[in-house]
Ligand binder design. Structure first.
Ligand code: UD1
Ligand code: MG
Length: 453
């Protein structure tokens, strides 16, 4: 028997208020490394469930649904009457549809696919009606305590607020997720009674199973980080650090060097090639890919950008840009949307490029702005060059041909074309197109004859 032969549904409980986050945003949408916490769960279970996972929404329901879209199906829990009540809201949708239902709290984003798989395997191996995930820890963090009988069988879970002094000392805690036999779950939920605090506890099903003489299965979650549940922003930070460590470790094992891994921030969807070195204070945000043998940092933020091999980037910010192989950039550069630096481009101090292509081998050493420009190969952009691309109402294009030399402090008043091999003198204000191999100087720039050789 493999779990692949079984029909599995996944139910994520996400209707709670998350009051302790002190936020106008629903708790489950708070992000860890650029991704809402609940999305980590959806991603971890996506290959295990037979149908799209179901999320129980309540507080901030519309916001959650908008954000997650068709990654989930939804059921509404109007009033938050406890975790058992939350599960019962999905009864109509899920009854009779599967062999087992995994129930996961939405605020445990670090639980891995391996743990969900281990839970399912244990559940089917033992043939239990219900299987729980426990963690052994000195700090109970408000979790329910697992009570076992003399023979070691799980009898019940007692909630933190209801545990007596002796029970509070128990180090085996209820981590979640749970796995239920589908039929047993829907037949047993109605037996859960209201607790002293007025909530219906899902954990009461453990007592119900034990009292029916059924054995409750369990797995132990050994990696404590997986059991970081998020109730406050302190927990959120704790989970972020643990996740960052997990991601960074993965990339180091894939051949990426990190000078100080604690100071490198890599979001979930980023990819990095071998022998790339990341210096401290590097932020690689979603949609970014980095090739092999690059040196990135210190102090670089890259978002939604594709970078080739052997690039060097120092003190910079790159957004929605593209760098081909062997680009050298920085210190202090800013690439904005649509910047495309071709092979062997050198971009020195304090440059900004937006919606422009710099051809192979082009050099832009110091203090320049290129916007809406098409720059040919092997062009020299002198210090202080500016494409004046905006007249207050519209944007215009600048084109510069192969091998042109743009003198320091040239203002290129777009729309304007500079021909191949053309030159502009220092301080030129170019308002008209410049033919190939022509030198222009002055304000406004006018052609001059080349000196006789
Ligand atoms: C729960 C468990 C506890 C366990 C801990 C960590 C119960 C009764 N207790 O406690 O044993 O140690 O998680 O795994 O289940 N939710 C709803 N609707 C509700 C109430 C809660 O959707 O009416 C959702 C919350 O959004 C959250 C999850 O269920 O994602 C857990 O609820 P929470 O109130 O945080 O339970 P804990 O007190 O942490
Ligand atoms: Mg909780």
């Amino acid at each position: 028997m493999t779990i692949k032969d079984k029909k599995i549904d996944v139910l994520i409980l996400a209707a709670g208020m998350g009051t302790r986050m002190k936020s106008s945003k629903p708790k489950v949408l708070h992000e860890l490394l650029g991704k809402p916490m609940v999305e980590y769960i959806l991603d971890a279970v996506k290959d295990l469930c037979s149908e799209t996972p179901v999320v129980v929404v309540g507080s901030g329901a519309e916001e959650v649904k908008t954000k997650l879209g068709d990654k989930a199906r939804y059921v509404l829990q109007d009033l938050q009457l406890g975790t058992a009540h939350a599960v019962s809201c999905a009864k109509e949708m899920l009854k009779g549809k599967s062999d087992a239902v995994i129930v996961a709290n939405s605020d445990f984003p670090l639980i891995t696919t391996e743990t969900y798989t281990a839970l399912l395997e244990e559940h089917f191996r033992t043939g239990s009606k219900l299987t729980v995930s426990t963690v052994i820890a000195d700090n109970p963090r408000g979790f329910g305590r697992v009570l076992r009988d003399n023979t070691g069988r799980i009898m019940r879970i007692v909630e933190d607020k209801e545990a007596n002094t002796e029970q509070k000392l128990i180090r085996e805690l209820n981590s979640n997720p749970y796995c239920f036999d589908t039929e047993w779950l829907w037949n047993s939920l109605d037996k859960v009674e209201k607790s002293a605090v007025g909530e219906y506890y899902l954990t009461d099903l453990i007592k119900i199973a034990y009292d029916e003489g059924l054995s409750v299965g369990s797995i132990e979650v050994e990696d404590r980080d997986e059991s970081i549940g998020i109730n406050t922003r302190v927990h959120l930070a704790e989970a972020s650090v643990a996740l960052q460590k997990r991601i960074n470790t993965k990339w180091m094992l894939e051949g990426v060097t990190m000078i100080d891994p604690e100071k490198v921030y890599i979001e979930d969807s980023v990819t990095i090639g071998r022998d790339t070195v990341l210096y401290p204070e590097v932020y690689l945000r979603s949609g970014t890919t980095i090739g092999e043998g690059c040196e990135i940092g210190p102090s670089v933020l890259i978002k939604n950008t594709q970078i080739g091999n052997r690039c060097r980037i120092l003190f910079a910010m790159l957004e929605s840009a593209r760098l081909e192989n062997d680009v050298d950039m920085g210190p202090f550069g800013h690439l904005r949307k649509g910047a495309h630096l071709d092979e062997h481009v050198h971009m020195g101090n304090f440059g900004e490029v937006k919606n422009s292509h710099l051809g192979p081998g082009t050099k832009m050493g110091h203090f320049s702005y290129l916007g809406d420009a098409e720059i040919g190969p092997n062009v020299n952009i002198g210090a202080g060059t500016v494409t004046c691309n905006f007249d207050g109402e519209n944007k215009f294009k600048t084109e510069i041909g192969e091998g042109a030399f743009i003198g320091s402090d040239t203002m290129l008043v777009a729309p304007v074309k500079i021909g191949k091999g053309a030159k502009t003198g220092a301080g030129a204000v170019v308002t008209h197109d410049v033919p190939d191999e022509t030198i222009v100087v002055g304000v406004p720039a006018k052609p001059i004859k080349k000196k006789q050789e």
